[in-house]
Design a protein around this ligand. Sequence first.
Ligand code: APR
Length: 255
Amino acid sequence: MSTSTLTQQVREAKHVVVFTGAGASAESGIPTFRDSLTGLWKRFDPAQLATSEAFRADPALCWGWYEWRRLKVLQAQPNAAHLAIAELAKHVPRLTVVTQNVDDLHERAGSRDVIHLHGSLHSPRCIDCGLAYPLPLTSDALPEDGCRIEPPRCTACNGYVRPGVVWFGEMLPEDAWSAGLAAAEECDVFLSIGTSGIVYPAAELPLRALGQGAVVVHVNPVLFDVSNQEHFLQGSASVMMESLLRESFGDLPAS
Ligand code: APR
């Protein structure tokens, strides 16, 4: 599809879905999931850390890893892709952000009602009774390479507090999945940004959108195979989203 056709379809869309993966936060300095991890985490396969078994086997190691990630997010800023996505919402009748990311950078860029398919680093809860942990998390200065941290205890049942993210092997939050699926089934344009598209069921969403006739566009610096009905904008999320916004709606004042 030509860029002018795409920009026209974005302009005419009634409902745009923006589906993001770790690549959307990469330019904020947040390591993507399958980048080589640094420091203490070099020795571990993240898929081994992001499991309830890993947490129960070594709560301090697992909690330390998530605190390291949470503090990296707190130190990061939304990048131009997050800002362009938030700006795009002002120019289309309806825009739904569905993210696999557990950071809050979309929200901090101004996106609203973000659907977090894989939970959030900012919603810890008790691993036993499920109660949301109400107290501020106190690990405010960690060594650059991270460290083990004893998780806090639940204020109600004294169980371990776990990260509010979806671990491998766990179900996605039912309300998030239903909302993400409904948006994919109903949109006119589906922008898939910065995801390797290998983790299901999240990776099913672009296929659902394509199946109902939406225009599906992948944004990624790394080209990968897609069907001949899908489109590919090869480049970084920030460059591609800024140019799509500009070419669709003209030069916009810096927000
Ligand atoms: N702009 C756009 N895409 C980028 C950029 C960038 N600047 N930098 C990297 N990417 C792309 C990579 O090429 C890769 O395709 O982002 C993608 C990141 O892929 P993953 O690391 O696999 O992350 P993601 O697709 O979000 O993983 C999905 O798997 O590990 C679980 O729960 C975790 O939510 C995560 C899910």
